[in-house]
Design a protein around this ligand. Structure first.
Ligand SMILES: C[S@@+](CC[C@H](N)C(=O)[O-])C[C@H]1O[C@@H](n2cnc3c(N)ncnc32)[C@H](O)[C@@H]1O
Length: 340
């Protein structure tokens, strides 16, 4: 009975039909109607055969569907496998490329670090040699202010002092005071020249003045306050030293351009030669510090292009460039060639 409850309606109808046919066979046989019993039995077996055929057909259909489902699953599995393999391969390739890239970068950085260290070592050696030469046969009357950093490097100081010793300027004008002011004043005390140094920072101007006093150099050098004021050149405005601070100066035969600092504005030092050309002696020397920087390079090129009689001298030892100015040549090239 329990099993009967699990049957579907169609199965119940079939079971009931089979039971009716069995009852009909039994009834007809028991009542002596063997012909009828045989007919019903025939119908029963025909129905049974039809049912078996139906079941066989269904089973074949199910087997086909099962095979197809298996095939589909296999196809999906193969596709997934291919995709995963492809992704892993790509990952490995990318990792390989990245690894190569990183190795190359590392090698380049190691090379550049080695190059940088080498460069630094060579520069330091040069500066140490410069320091030895600076202090050779020189006794300062007080501790010397430090070189390098904000001030000229020993090699640049050496170049500057060599110019002062060999060209013996009568009047030096320096833009930007500091250590170089003290060193130049010592040499000028021997060669008999004078130095005026302009500074836009009153605090540093005072500091240099105090250093000059400590070293007993106030008779040779003076520091003037020259706050930055707008100077208009070719339609451009530059913050540059107050020109009144050097209004009384003429015949400057050595101009040292080491200010204003670049932080005061773009092309901070460009106005120097344009403003001061008229204050130079007929023949003058210009030492231009930090000439290796882009803005200073551009200023230097423009000066040489636009100021007649101005030429750059040889190769620089340190960071500075040396220029010479010849007013006579600028007015009469033939006369200058003859006088040389
Ligand atoms: C390039 S530095 C000039 C340095 C100077 N020609 C020398 O070689 O010592 C430009 C400016 O630095 C400032 N300065 C001077 N002494 C300084 C110091 N001890 N520390 C920092 N800046 C200083 C001044 O205002 C100066 O105009």
């Amino acid at each position: 009975m329990g099993r009967l409850r699990t049957l579907t309606r169609r199965q119940l109808v079939l079971v009931a039909g089979a039971a009716v046919l069995c009852a009909a066979v039994a009834g007809t046989a028991l009542t002596g109607h063997f012909g009828a019993a045989l007919t019903v039995l025939g119908v029963f077996f025909a129905g049974l055969l039809a049912g078996l055929l139906l079941i066989a057909r269904r089973l074949t259909g199910l087997a086909t569907a099962h095979r197809k489902a298996q095939q589909d699953v296999r196809t999906i599995l193969e596709q997934t496998q291919r995709r995963v393999l492809g992704a892993v391969e790509e990952l490995l390739l990318n990792a390989g490329d990245r690894h190569r890239e990183l190795t190359d970068k590392l090698a380049a950085q190691q090379k550049s670090a080695a190059h940088g260290t080498d460069h630094l070592l060579r520069a330091q050696t040069r500066e140490i040699e410069g320091l030895f030469q600076l202090f050779q046969d020189f006794t300062a009357r007080a501790p010397m202010p430090s070189s390098g950093g904000f001030a000229l490097n020993p090699t640049d100081l050496l170049g500057l002092l060599h110019l002062v010793r060999t060209r013996k300027p009568r009047l030096v004008l320096e833009l930007g005071s500091g250590t170089s002011t003290v060193w130049m004043a010592y040499v000028l005390q021997q060669t008999g020249g004078k130095l005026v140094s302009l500074d836009h920072e009153t605090g540093y101007a005072q500091k240099t003045r105090e250093a000059l006093e400590q070293h007993g150099l106030t008779d040779v050098a003076e520091v003037r306050d020259a706050p930055l004021r707008p100077v208009v050149l070719d339609g451009r405005t530059f913050p540059w030293y107050d020109v009144d601070a050097c209004a009384d100066l003429t015949d400057v035969d050595l101009l040292v351009i080491d200010g204003p600092p670049e932080k005061t504005g773009p092309d901070a030092r460009y106005p120097a030669m344009r403003v001061l050309e008229s204050r130079l002696a007929d023949r003058a020397t210009i030492l231009f510090d930090d000439a290796n920087r882009a803005a200073e390079q551009a200023a230097l090129l423009k000066w040489v292009e636009t100021i007649e009689g101005l030429t750059q001298e040889g190769e620089a030892l340190g960071r500075h460039a040396v220029l010479s100015y010849d007013r006579l040549r600028s007015r009469n090239p033939a006369c200058s060639t003859a006088s040389r």
